[in-house]
Design a protein around this ligand. Structure first.
Ligand code: ADP
Length: 166
């Protein structure tokens, strides 16, 4: 019997990708045949880092996972998921404060695409408080963020800070 490939989309702004995101991704990559990290090009939150750079930074950080792909999209996540043949969305939960929004989002997605399910994962406690926003803020004040983000992101933020772009 041939089994259908289980494909999951991990959507987000990834502005920039953090070790929290990578931890979620690592767990997801063990649960699904293929995981597509999908960077939202124009989300509600105005991104500081251009989408091509966000994609490149993720690619450099996920080279060790052979069932992970990185892409970007615009528009509805479930439409993108359908286009890619994915039946699952991955989202990370940090604290109770994430829960209400994530619950609404998953149920809104369920009402427009009932065949697609959302899977929530949590990170190791040491990554729980990390957010892209905090990383940008600390880095902007010249703080070392190497505990929170992959090396490629540390170097990128340092370059951008020197140029005064971020
Ligand atoms: P979005 O703008 O869609 O919230 P983010 O890039 O901020 O995009 O986050 C993408 C997903 O990763 C979200 O589900 C978010 O809750 C999750 N996430 C981000 N940081 C962490 C973390 N440190 N631990 C667990 N989940 C996280």
């Amino acid at each position: 019997m041939t089994r259908e490939e289980k494909i999951a989309i991990y959507p987000g702004s990834f502005d920039p990708v953090t070790k929290g995101h990578i931890d979620i991704l690592e767990r997801a990559s063990k649960m699904f045949d293929r995981v597509i990290i999908a960077v939202l090009k124009n989300g509600n939150k105005k991104a500081l880092i251009p989408v091509q750079d966000r994609v490149e930074l993720i690619k450099k950080s996920v080279e060790e996972f052979d069932n992970v792909e990185v892409d970007f999209f615009d528009g509805l996540t479930v439409e993108y998921a359908k286009m890619r043949g994915a039946k699952f969305l991955i989202r990370g939960l940090r604290a109770v404060s994430d829960f209400e929004y994530e619950m609404q989002l998953s149920q809104a997605n369920m009402s427009i695409a009932p065949e697609i399910g959302t899977v929530f994962l949590t990170t190791k406690p040491k990554y729980n408080f990390i957010s892209s926003g905090i990383v940008k803020e600390l880095s902007g004040f010249g703080q070392d963020v190497s505990k929170f983000v992959p090396n490629s992101v540390v170097e990128y933020l340092e370059r951008q800070n020197k140029k005064g772009t971020i």
